[in-house]
Design a protein around this ligand. Structure first.
Ligand SMILES: C=C(O[C@@H]1C=C(C(=O)O)C=C[C@H]1O)C(=O)O
Length: 248
C-alpha cells in the first residue's frame, strides 16, 4: 500500500501529536511533513497530501472533506497563542494586519470584529511586517510560537479563543485532522491511537522541549490547549464555518 501523506502543523501545539505518531508503528505507513498552518491547508486542497491538521476555516473552499479522529487543536477559554494585538482599544481599530501563516484565526478575528465588537476595519493581507505598524489605529492577528514572547509588547491584547467563548459560550477549534478523500477505517483507528499515545505522554514531550523563561509550556500543553474534539467543539466548528460564510 502507498504511504498515507500527512501534513501537520510545525508549531509547539502539535508536538504531542508528532510524538504519538513517531512513537507508534503507524509511522511506517505515513509520509509526514511539518508545515505552517496555511501550507497544511494548501497541500490538502491541492491533493499533495491525503490528511492534514488544517485550519478549519480552510474547509470552506473544499469540495469534499471528512474529519479524521476525535482530536484537534482547540481551546475552551483562553488559548494563550492566538491574539489580536493592538495599538488602540479594539473599537477604535481602523486597520487589521492578518497573520500570513493563519487561516482560522484571521477569520476568527473577522467574525468577532463584525459580530461581537461590531467594527469593520480594513484588512491588510500582505503587510510589509505583519507584526508591526506605527499607525495608532492598527491591530495585528498573530498565532503560534511567534506570540510566545509578545504579550505586553503591544498596548492592547485580546485572546481570541477567550473572546469567542464570551461571544458564543462554546470552545473553539482552530485546526482538525481532515482528509480530502475517504480514508480506510483500519488506518484512522490506528492513527487515532497514535494521537492519543502522544497526548497521554505530554509530560515527556514537555520535558524534551527547550525550556523558555518567557512562556509556560506546561500550562499551555496541559491546560490552555484542549485537544479533544468533543460534541461542543464539533458544534463550534460548524457555527464558525457558518459565520465565515456570512462574512462578505
Ligand atoms: C492555537 C493555535 O492554533 C492554530 C491556528 C491556526 C490558524 O489560525 O489557522 C491553525 C492551526 C493551529 O496551529 C496556534 O497556532 O497558536
Amino acid at each position: 500500500m502507498d504511504k498515507v501523506k500527512i501534513s501537520a502543523v510545525s508549531y509547539t501545539n502539535t508536538q504531542p501529536f508528532i510524538y504519538g505518531i513517531t512513537h507508534s508503528d503507524i509511522i511506517d505507513q505515513i509520509d509526514l511533513s511539518l508545515d505552517i498552518p496555511a501550507d497544511c491547508a494548501q497541500k490538502l486542497i491541492d491533493n499533495q497530501v491525503d490528511i492534514g491538521l488544517i485550519p478549519v476555516a480552510a474547509t470552506v473552499n473544499m469540495p469534499y472533506w471528512e474529519i479524521v479522529s476525535d482530536y484537534c487543536i482547540g481551546a475552551n477559554g483562553p488559548v494563550n497563542s492566538v491574539f489580536i494585538f493592538s495599538n488602540c482599544e479594539i473599537h477604535e481599530v481602523k486597520t487589521l494586519q492578518l497573520d500570513p501563516e493563519s487561516r482560522s484565526s484571521n477569520n476568527l478575528a473577522r467574525v468577532l470584529l463584525k459580530n461581537h465588537w461590531q467594527v469593520t476595519p480594513q484588512l491588510i493581507v500582505n503587510a510589509p511586517d505583519y507584526a508591526h505598524s506605527d499607525d495608532p489605529d492598527t491591530a495585528f492577528v498573530q498565532i503560534g510560537d511567534r506570540t510566545f514572547d509578545k504579550k505586553g509588547k503591544y498596548a492592547y491584547t485580546y485572546d481570541l479563543a477567550e473572546v469567542w467563548k464570551e461571544f458564543t459560550g462554546l470552545p473553539f477549534v482552530f485546526a482538525a485532522w481532515i482528509a480530502n478523500k475517504p480514508i480506510p477505517q483500519e488506518f484512522t483507528a490506528e492513527f487515532s491511537k497514535a494521537l492519543k499515545h502522544g497526548l497521554d505522554n505530554r509530560k515527556t514531550v514537555i520535558a524534551n522541549l527547550p525550556a523558555r523563561a518567557d512562556f509556560d509550556l506546561d500550562d499551555y500543553l496541559m491546560h490552555k490547549l484542549d485537544f479533544d474534539l468533543d460534541a461542543d467543539k464539533v458544534k463550534a466548528l460548524h457555527l464558525f464555518i457558518d459565520y465565515i460564510k456570512k462574512l462578505n
